[in-house]
Design a protein around this ligand. Structure first.
Ligand code: FES
Length: 152
């Protein structure tokens, strides 16, 4: 996936050229590109004089950062106990089948990244699917495809 190098430099230019800026810049990459591109890590290594392995380690350590391109929307299917008992596994399988995507991967059109997650804290509404920040409770396998099709 091609990334705009000018944008990478523009983001880096917002910060002091010290190692302390590393995390903030990586977060800005994440916001701008929806992931941390390899080109960005390379450039950051040169400009801040930090080893790429250190940057890579930071990129893999923080859950909010992704080193792989992510979809426009994140779909989290709760697989906690309450949701699991109410059939969230079938919801996950339905999404995998209908959108041709495996869990923890992204659809070819880059629209959705599918994740299975632990309890999202809304057990009373089990099973729960969270699209970006929107919680859908009492989700049904038969309704989930239509629900996701509303997201463009
Ligand atoms: S188990 Fe799914 S919200 Fe708690």
């Amino acid at each position: 996936m091609a990334v705009d190098n000018k944008k990478i430099d523009e983001i880096i230019s917002r910060y002091e050229k010290t190692e302390e800026s590393l995390l903030a810049i990586l977060q800005d990459f994440q916001r701008e590109f929806r992931y941390v591109p390899e080109e960005g890590m390379k450039r950051l290594g040169e400009v801040l004089n930090v080893s790429e392995s250190k940057i890579y380690a930071m990129g893999t350590f923080y859950k909010a950062l992704s080193l792989e391109p992510r979809g426009k929307h994140t779909v989290k299917v709760c697989m906690g106990t309450a949701c699991h008992l109410k059939g969230s596994g079938q919801i996950l399988e339905t999404i995998e089948r209908d959108f041709k995507v495996k869990r923890n991967h992204t659809t070819k059109d880059m629209l959705f990244t599918l994740e299975s997650v632990n309890c999202v804290g809304a057990c009373a509404m089990a099973p729960v699917v969270v699209v970006d920040e929107d919680y859908s409770g009492h989700a049904r396998p038969s309704k989930i495809t239509d629900l996701l099709k509303k997201y463009k």
